[in-house]
Design a protein around this ligand. Structure first.
Ligand code: ATP
Ligand code: MG
Length: 406
């Protein structure tokens, strides 16, 4: 097969390939970028593999950065782009189910393609657009079939992460899992315990935001992989309910976590320990908690100004996506407009501050001050009073008189 029209990302990188060939080496586009180009999908990173050894790559190019020289990867700067160029390599025996004991640089493309995980990821593309397909990857692409390169059993034993990568490709690409590859995942799911949670999490998140999340989650359960991921064993039933939800694609990882946790019926206080076990960032945890709180509200009523005040501009598109998942219409632009129109967005936007109130009431700070500021915030947000110093002061005065503030 020959690609007659190379995508622009490849055209731009051709000088790099040509420089290597002119220096007497072989060089090809490899891996995910070739797969995506043939499928007509956007290409995110252009990876190049070459027969040149790392020191030789560095001799060919003026500007290089060592990013992973022990694995044979050199970053080459070309124009305003940079490309990862990796020497053809083989991987020796694996003793820990995740990393080869060592890698050997070789001059053969075939050896390099053999070590790759799936046939659709083991394609190489030459400068003239011809595709090198040693494992029938093109046929698998055509039939939308995900198949391990060589003996699936061996491949997952070498590197157990490949099972999670496989499930996420099923979701991302909406492919079918080939029978032997599936059987091998069923037989080796337990090896996921050898893989770091962080790496599993990256693949799981990609699975959640893929096109065919439902199919991938069904396989995640059927192959028992879910049992070797943090915290999921006890949620088998809920996970399976979530897998049965029609494929309304989610595009944001935070929204995807919020959606799944809603299916788990997880109380808010359990969200943090759950996501901590998945080693997600603190920022993600805070956002998921906020999204879940907002969803609970929105299931009961339309958001009011005090609800919107909890938000920020970054989370609004996420909230909109989560609401849409639950057939609740909250278009981003309208939410944003309502949010921007709020009279204040944070406590420090209030025309009166704690210091003003302490001076006026001649009292030291304490819980009374917090309560009073919070009443002022709400009154301004609900348009009961204007955000003006005098109005706030008389409002505070009236509240000190009539409410139980201590
Ligand atoms: P994405 O589109 O998400 O980047 P990708 O297939 O390009 O998907 P990368 O992690 O960028 O994934 O890896 C690039 C290529 O390296 C893969 O296409 C595959 O050929 C090979 N590869 C990556 N991880 C593994 C692995 N664990 N085992 C074997 N080959 C792998
Ligand atoms: Mg890639």
């Amino acid at each position: 097969m020959k690609l007659t029209r190379l995508p622009n990302e490849f055209k731009k990188a051709l000088p790099v390939i040509n420089q290597l060939t002119q220096a007497g080496y072989e060089a090809y586009f490899v891996g995910g970028c070739v797969r995506d180009a043939i499928l007509g999908l956007p290409i995110h990173d252009v990876d190049i593999a070459t027969s040149a050894f790392p020191a030789e790559i560095k001799e060919v190019f003026e500007k290089t950065i060592d990013v992973g020289i022990e694995h044979g990867t050199v970053l080459v700067l070309s124009g305003d782009e940079s490309y990862e160029i990796t020497t053809f390599r083989t991987e020796s025996t694996y003793q820990d189910y995740r990393r080869p004991d060592h890698v050997d640089f070789v001059r053969s493309l075939e050896e390099d393609l053999k070590r790759r995980d799936f046939t659709i990821n083991a394609l190489a593309l030459a400068h003239d657009g011809s595709v090198i397909d040693l494992f029938d990857g093109l046929n698998d692409l055509k039939n939308r079939c995900l198949r391990a390169v060589g003996q699936a059993q061996d491949r997952f034993q070498e590197d157990a992460l490949r099972m999670m990568r496989g499930l996420r490709f099923i979701s991302q690409l909406d492919f079918q899992l080939e029978a032997k590859t599936k059987e091998a995942i069923c037989n080796h799911a337990e090896l996921l315990t050898k893989i770091s949670v962080e790496r599993i999490c990256i693949e799981f998140e990609k699975l959640l935001v893929g096109k065919n999340r439902s199919q991938a989650l069904a396989l995640f359960i059927e192959t028992n992989c879910f049992k070797y991921c943090p915290q999921l064993t006890r949620y088998e039933k809920q996970l399976s309910n979530f897998a049965q939800v029609a494929n309304h694609q989610l595009h944001d990882v935070t929204v995807a976590w919020a959606a799944i946790l809603t299916y788990f019926n997880m109380p808010l206080q359990q969200v943090r320990p759950f996501l901590k076990a998945w080693k997600t960032s603190n920022q993600l945890i805070i956002e998921v908690q906020l999204l879940l709180q907002m969803l609970i509200i929105r299931k009961q009523r339309i958001f009011n100004a005090i609800d919107l005040y909890q938000l920020n501009e970054d989370i609004i598109p996420k909230l909109s996506e989560l609401c849409a998942f639950y057939q609740l219409s909250e278009p981003t632009n309208l939410l944003l407009q309502r949010y921007q129109a709020l009279p204040i967005h944070q406590l420090k936007d209030l025309a009166i501050n704690g210091h003003d109130l302490m001076t006026y009431f001649n009292r030291r700070g304490g819980s009374w001050l917090k309560q009073l500021l919070s009443l002022c915030e709400s009154a301004v947000l609900m348009n009961e009073i204007k955000n003006e110093y005098q109005e706030l002061l008389s409002y505070a005065n009236s509240k000190m008189d009539c409410e139980k503030i201590d």
